[in-house]
Design a protein around this ligand. Structure first.
Ligand code: CTP
Length: 425
């Protein structure tokens, strides 16, 4: 575990400026949260979260002009986000105290000091701060034994009512345990299990709980997270019709392998791996139950699309396993699906042929483009959008099948097709 604390070079001038400006206002500023934990573990983290024991919005306004950053202010919450020119982001908040009127409710917030601000947090390893002095030097504030817990690889909540205050911490405890290969310590584990057997998670807005669950799916080893959650009987919130068994966990793992494959093969394409993983988990869920799931957790459009598309796997598998299939048939069978759905298909057990065709589509066929466009067709005297669309589709199929090598070939073929199809009516 590291210490003294060596900030990334990029961050140093920013942190120094924050330290100077805070000192000028005679109130301390602190680095908090994930970055403190990660600094101590020697993990790179560029997310600057700052707690200020003064007016954070006013501090942020001055800093933004000094650092040439754009600023988004949430006056009501006393928070501000600076976006720096180099792409870095700094979140600033006024130190606050939270009290929970009842479990799962949103907390009542008032102004506080750094201790209050740390005390409202989830786990000891996330509840440390680094005080920033005007020279940018950092001093650890560790009120709850976070450093010792990091050293002993322990996940621990700060107090007995922690899971009641915020049941999403159930998922967070599991997530950080699995991310770092730590262990939830005995008392925390007992309270976590009690929270689950009392179904405390049902008191949280489903969207909020699902948001935290989704973060598990975005972890480097999502299946470990889900496996552990299942072991703790923590998957019940997904609904009675959702069964997580070895089959789902296996599919989750191969889904991740598909994601690795794709990232290597097509590095410039942005995908959302959590979508692939969610399909793996819900594949065997019945249609009606799936609809309830979408509604309950108010899933985003991409989630909805994927969960509907995944049901077509059987049909896709059948059409891709036929022997006499041209590349353009593969293209037409797959072109309507989201990349994540295709990666989910790829994760399914299927013959080598189906897999090869999926891979060919994912890495090659879908990027084939014609050299001619509608304007070229117009110049050839071809008119009518439907007619043009038809011709362009046929040209693309032929190009995919390797029957058109040059632009010249495409133009000649367009002319022939126009004659074959006849004039537009
Ligand atoms: N936090 C909390 N309880 C929550 C959510 C967040 O106490 N339900 C606090 C934790 O101190 C956490 C910080 O807010 O460190 C930032 O939250 P988040 O961005 O979710 O987590 P990080 O710790 O930054 O983790 P990651 O590395 O996944 O970004």
């Amino acid at each position: 575990m590291r210490g003294p604390f060596h900030l990334d070079k990029e961050l140093l001038p920013i942190v120094r400026t924050i330290g100077e400006e805070a000192a000028g206002r005679s109130a301390p500023a602190y680095l908090v949260g994930g970055i403190v934990r990660d600094l101590m573990l020697g993990i790179r983290n560029l997310d600057l979260d700052i707690v200020f024991e003064g007016d954070a919005v006013s501090l942020a306004r001055t800093l933004a002009s000094k650092l040439n950053a754009s600023l988004v202010v949430h006056e009501k919450f006393g928070t501000a986000t600076m976006n720096l020119e180099n792409g870095l982001r700094v979140d600033l908040v006024t130190a606050r105290k939270e009290t929970y009127p009842h479990p799962g409710a949103l907390p009542v917030v008032s102004r506080g000091n750094i201790r209050d601000d740390l005390f409202r947090r989830d786990l000891t390893v996330n509840a440390m701060a680094l005080a920033i002095d005007p020279k940018g030097l950092l001093t650890l504030v560790d009120e709850f034994g976070g450093r010792e817990d990091l050293r002993r690889k322990r996940i621990r909540i700060l107090h007995e009512l922690s899971f009641q205050d915020d049941p999403t911490r159930i998922l967070r405890a599991v997530r950080f345990e699995q991310r770092f290969g730590f262990r939830i310590e005995a008392k925390t584990l007992r309270l976590l299990k009690a929270a689950l057997s009392n179904r405390l998670e049902e008191r949280v807005k489903p969207e909020r709980y699902f948001h935290e669950f989704h973060k598990m799916l975005r972890e480097p080893k999502p299946w470990k997270n889900i496996q552990r959650l299942k072991e703790l009987n923590g998957c019940g919130f997904l609904g009675k019709g959702v069964r997580i068994s070895a089959a789902e966990l296996g599919l989750l793992r191969s889904g991740q392998q598909s994601v690795f494959f794709y990232r290597r093969a097509v590095p410039h394409d942005e995908i959302e791996p959590a979508l692939v993983e969610l399909m793996a988990l819900l594949y065997r869920t019945r249609e009606g139950e799936l609809d309830r799931f979408i509604k309950k957790f108010n899933l985003s459009k991409p989630h909805q699309v994927c969960l509907r598309q995944m049901r077509r796997w059987d049909m896709v598998r059948r059409s891709l396993s036929r022997k006499a299939v041209d590349p353009s048939d593969v293209y037409r069978a797959l072109v309507e699906f989201r990349t994540e759905t295709l990666l989910f298909f790829r994760a399914q057990k299927s013959g080598g042929l189906v897999r090869r065709r999926l891979d060919e589509f994912l890495t090659k066929l879908r990027f084939v483009q014609l050299s001619v466009d509608g304007e070229d067709l117009k110049r050839l005297g071809i008119e009518g959008s439907q007619r043009m669309g038809k011709i362009l589709d046929s040209l693309l199929d032929m190009k995919i099948d390797g029957r058109l090598a040059t632009r010249e070939d495409e133009l000649n073929m367009a002319g022939r097709l126009a004659k074959e199809i006849g004039p537009s009516r």
